[in-house]
Design a protein around this ligand. Sequence first.
Ligand SMILES: [Zn+2]
Length: 114
Amino acid sequence: MAKQSLSGGPCWLCRRRDDGVGYMLRHNARPVWSCSEHLHLVKKGQAMSQREFDIYEGQALHDAMCMAADRLDRLGTGDLNALSEVQAVEFFRGFLDDFGTSLADKLEKLDPPF
Ligand SMILES: [Zn+2]
């Protein structure tokens, strides 16, 4: 018998943890899943316009890409195919963590991105 999950998936914000916490912007709306750490930020992100959120998300992606480039420099290669499996997991895990951390920071501060 398959294990039944109470969650729809990983955190909408950081895409990392799946804590089974859901948030609905309106009654009867589809739930947005969050980790316990980011529930208050998911509420902020869901309340803003898609255009505004896309700007914060794009900035977080840019931050994560810059940190990924630095990480590759430290690994001594620009070729992802040259990474060992352990290095590749470290690289992509780092990218995902950096993206989530940057987006959470931007939603926490809500500095105008415009
Ligand atoms: Zn999260």
